[in-house]
Design a protein around this ligand. Structure first.
Ligand code: NAD
Length: 473
């Protein structure tokens, strides 16, 4: 069993002032995997002081210096890439396939931010004056457990590019992953106080980050409910906020799409990260006249979907992160049954042979009405709803009939047609004919999926304050 009893402040691993110890269990078999000593408000205050002191110098670094720091972080990250993948699989049960992809994307995020910064004008002549874009100050970074180090890399790379210093609060369930990435960043050798980590609970450490006047901006990824709490708290000190929240993303299969080729991708998009992904395509919208054909193909795909130990390279769905998350997904499967949706595959209970861990059956409801709770609410597990539509106008209306607007997907044999439909969807990212990612393009939500964008130039602007300098002389 691992013991994590240090946090990282001012360039050193230190014992937290907080004394609460939390047990962390393996999602694969629920054995005790680690114990973490949590930080408290005093630890946040200590980290904020360090970050404020570091900001005085770091804000004045040149573009070239920041690029060098980003390169050092990237190189240190790549050196320990395999360990970063392994701890991700073990700690929260992400599949080896998914975790490998995420850590590779994260390494690439440093390069994408280096390219963004190279092309980004931090000083601009506009009208009669000059606009200087300066780092907003100390950034508080609060993130969930479902892709912890991927989120940390995206946010830290952007903060460094902007000349900001950071205090990071990962999920208390991600302590082992946090320990490793803190070591990686320490090895990169940035000036002390630029990057700080405080493990702790949301209503203790997260709340102090939200409240602390030394923090100028919060970049939060997590649930819509907690995002609203943070936004409300942050306004007291007028912190800037970027909120990356929940989703219930639609995937429109247009009538001309080849079902045999698009449906395997649609199922993979729904079960991304074992369904624990904000951008998972959990509402599959199909032409009404093709519903029976879709049902038959999806059933066949699910029969061949491997729910198993996430350490096996061919596992497609691993366990839920915790017993609590398992129970939440079970509750939603029960709700779908009670609402009268037709269970096409999966259902309540664990897959046989996997009773020790937090495994859920790959579950598909069909004939779902978009007003049902299973179509409106984020489940965050491997549960797909197939929703029939009458015509294209109806499909677009159903897709947009959601409190969320994070991602959307469209499939068609006619690429231009798919783009015309994509243009009518209220979502921050729309993928046409497949799953795609580009770390230069903005990511974030319409409606209750969030405020602001991450990645590329849009993400960088969110860590900068424009200052106009003008005069008569
Ligand atoms: P969560 O909102 O419960 O927790 C996220 C983080 O906020 C954790 O670090 C938690 O400790 C902290 N927190 C909790 N209460 C707090 C408070 N009162 N003040 C400050 N911080 C607090 O989310 P989760 O269960 O860890 O993750 C799942 C959610 O994250 C899902 O809703 C999912 O859609 C969302 N998510 C969004 C994106 C995105 O990019 N849009 C990506 C991944 C996950």
């Amino acid at each position: 069993m691992k013991v994590i009893d240090k946090i990282y402040i001012d360039g050193a691993f230190v014992t937290p002032h907080g004394t609460q110890v939390l047990d962390l269990y393996s999602p694969i078999d629920n054995t005790l995997a680690a114990q973490v000593r949590l930080g408290d408000e005093r630890d946040v205050q200590h980290a904020v002081h360090a970050a404020q002191a570091a900001f005085k110098h770091f804000a004045k670094t040149s573009k070239a210096e920041r690029i060098t720091y980003l390169e050092k972080l990237r190189d240190a990250f790549i050196r320990r890439q395999q360990e970063l993948i392994d701890v991700m699989v073990q700690e929260y049960g992400g599949t080896l396939q998914f975790c490998t992809m995420i850590i590779q994307f994260a390494a690439h995020d440093f390069n994408a931010m280096i390219d963004t910064l190279k092309d980004f004008e931090l000083t601009r002549k506009i009208g009669t004056g000059t606009v200087h874009l300066q780092g907003v100050g100390v950034a508080g970074i609060i993130i969930p457990w479902n892709m912890s180090n991927g989120f940390i890399v995206t946010k830290v790379a952007t903060a460094i590019a902007a000349g900001c210093t950071v205090v990071i609060k990962p999920s208390e369930m991600s302590a082992q992953q946090t320990q490793l990435i803190a070591e990686v960043f320490h090895e990169a050798g940035l000036p002390k106080g630029v990057i700080n980590f405080v493990n702790g609970l949301g209503d203790v450490v997260g709340a102090e980050i939200t409240r602390n006047p030394g923090i100028s901006k919060i970049s939060f990824t997590g649930s819509t409910g907690v995002g609203k709490l943070i936004a409300k708290g942050a306004v007291d000190t007028m912190k800037r906020v970027t909120l990356e929240l929940g989703g219930k993303s639609p995937n429109i299969i247009l009538p001309d799409a080849d079902l045999e080729s698009v449906l395997p991708v649609a199922v993979a998009a729904a079960f991304l990260n074992s369904g624990q992904a904000c951008a998972a395509a959990t509402r599959l919208l199909v032409p009404k006249e093709k519903l029976n054909e879709v049902n038959a193909i999806v059933k066949r795909i699910i029969d061949g979907t491997k729910v198993a130990d996430p350490r096996d390279m061919d596992t497609q769905i691993g366990p839920m992160v915790s017993v609590k998350q398992f129970e939440r997904v079970q509750e939603y499967i029960g709700i779908g049954i009670a609402e009268g949706a037709q269970l096409l595959a999966g259902g309540l209970g664990k897959p046989s042979g996997l009773e020790a861990g937090n495994f859920v059956q790959a579950t598909v409801f069909t004939g779902v009405n978009n007003s049902m709770r299973i179509a409106q609410e984020e489940i965050f597990g491997p549960v797909l709803s197939i929703i029939p539509y009458d015509n294209e106008e109806d499909a677009i209306a159903i897709a947009n009939d959601s409190p969320y607007g994070l991602a959307a997907y469209v499939a068609s044999a006619d690429q231009d047609h798919a783009y015309r439909v994509a243009a009518q969807l209220d979502a921050g990212r729309v993928c046409v004919n497949g799953l795609a990612h580009d770390s230069l393009l903005p990511f974030g939500g319409f409606k209750q999926s969030g405020i602001g964008r991450e990645y590329g130039a849009f993400g960088l602007e969110a860590y900068l304050e424009p200052k106009a300098v003008l005069g008569l002389g």
